[in-house]
Design a protein around this ligand. Structure first.
Ligand code: C6P
Length: 422
């Protein structure tokens, strides 16, 4: 079998012909950009495009089912509840989670992190406790912990990076202290593309009795994730990066941890009994799902999960690997381009600088060639400080991208250099 150093079976990657067929599932991918050619969408780490089955699921829910969940005694409400709860079961099986009630719907990865920071962290952390992050974290995996730490008198520390853009675990013995209560880190970096050694870091924390939070925003879309195997305490992801709709995501955690956590938000649905003096809470998962949820979003996410599962996560992972390795190699060889990182294991993103041209100018100019990339600090300002640059350019891939889209990016970068007189 054609396995690469990462153990991926590269023979399973979708061929270009297969990807051309797959692209037909995504109406937006035939949209023509301002230069008259289809948009080369290389901003998948920001949000993935949606296949027709997801758009149809949204439309079908609002057209034929629209009703609130868990409340009504009528046919429509029962149908809506059944479809909404089916996605929870689908998520449990997608991530290999034993109990369905371990899956909580949130507003996204950000919502999941805020839930744990406000509930678990604020009720657990004591003065002098420490939360360990990494220098490559997204602001969503920094700011909620800072707010909780400030409220509890805890402090934040961060795992440094090597020059290749990987976690430097050589100092683990100093970083994990007897006051460390939580290690929260990203599975795949949205800025550098680095795939972190999640199992190894979770193991280091577990053997010291430290809780772990894995930010799966960039892994859930194209890495097969087995949460039983990984062993983290908390895992968060966003539907919109997995070809689903915006405004919905999930938090997964062990039942006993969730049982012990106080509610985060109060309101309808999350209660058992309410009197004017006090209230008691609903069972899991509803204790953490106050108010009318994103019903259509959950149902359409179910359609996205089925779509990804039918394609096969291993095939998706191999395809994204193929595309990003190709892009990284070609960008690295391109005059004027400097890659921000050279991780041994790369996820969906390749980021770079073009000479000393501001990344915003680069992104705007390549956009004129119909190539969509992201520019800026990509919500990772501490990482930018570490890199010594305020911003980066980032091309990020999904299984429906084509190598010729990278070729178009390279051509657009050459044009940009010409405009700037290089
Ligand atoms: N990164 C990007 O372009 P939400 O917004 O809640 O769906 O996801 C937040 C988030 C958390 N962690 C990581 C590693 C992420 O990449 C993101 C979202 C997007 O890189 C938008 S800034």
């Amino acid at each position: 079998m054609d396995r690469n150093s990462r153990g991926l079976n590269m023979a399973t990657a979708f061929s270009e012909e297969e990807r051309i067929q797959i692209r037909k599932d995504f109406p937006i991918l035939s949209r023509v950009g301002m230069n008259g050619s289809p948009i080369a969408y290389l901003d998948n780490a920001a949000t993935a495009q949606k296949p027709l089955v997801v758009l149809e699921a949204l439309d079908r829910y609002y057209r034929m089912t629209n009703a609130n969940v868990h409340r009504g005694m009528h046919e429509l409400a029962e149908e809506a509840t059944g479809q909404y709860e089916q996605t929870r079961r689908d998520l449990a099986s997608f991530f290999h989670v034993p109990e369905t009630h371990q899956v909580l719907f949130t507003q996204g990865t950000t919502g999941a992190i805020n839930l744990v920071a406000n509930s678990w962290a604020r009720s657990t952390l004591k003065e002098g406790d420490e939360i360990l992050l990494t220098v490559m974290e997204h602001h969503s995996n920094i700011v909620p912990w800072q707010l909780a730490a400030e409220a509890c008198g805890a402090t934040i520390r961060a795992i440094p990076l090597t020059s290749a853009g990987e976690l430097d675990l050589s100092t683990a013995d100093e970083l994990f202290t007897e006051r460390t209560r939580l290690v929260a880190f990203t599975h795949v970096s949205n800025a550098l593309g680095t795939v972190n050694p999640a199992r190894e870091l979770i193991h280091l924390a577990k053997e010291r009795g430290i809780m772990t939070f894995l930010d799966g925003a960039q892994s859930a879309p194209h890495v097969p994730v087995d949460l039983q195997d990984l062993g983290c305490d908390f895992y968060a992801c966003s539907a919109h990066k997995m070809c689903g709709p915006t405004g919905i995501g999930a938090l997964v955690a062990p039942s006993d941890v969730l049982e012990a956590m106080p509610p985060y938000q109060g309101g309808g649905e999350m209660i058992d009994q309410v009197s004017l003096e006090r209230s008691t809470w609903a069972d899991l998962p509803y204790k953490f799902e106050a108010g009318t949820p994103n019903i259509a979003g959950a149902i359409a996410w179910g359609a996205a999960l089925k779509y990804l599962s039918d394609l096969g996560l291993e095939r998706i992972e191999a395809t994204v690997h193929l595309l990003t390795e190709d892009a990284a190699a070609r960008l690295d060889a391109e005059p004027g381009v400097t890659l921000t990182a050279h991780p041994a294991v790369r996820g969906g993103a390749v980021s770079f600088w073009l000479d000393d041209i501001h990344p915003h100018d680069v992104a705007q100019l390549v956009d004129q060639s119909g190539v969509a990339i992201r520019a800026g600090h990509v919500c990772c300002q501490p990482l930018m400080k570490h890199l010594g640059h305020p911003a980066i350019n980032r091309a990020s891939y999904h299984f429906y991208n084509l190598e010729q889209e990278t070729t178009r990016l390279l051509e657009a970068l050459r044009t940009t250099r010409n405009i700037f007189g290089y």
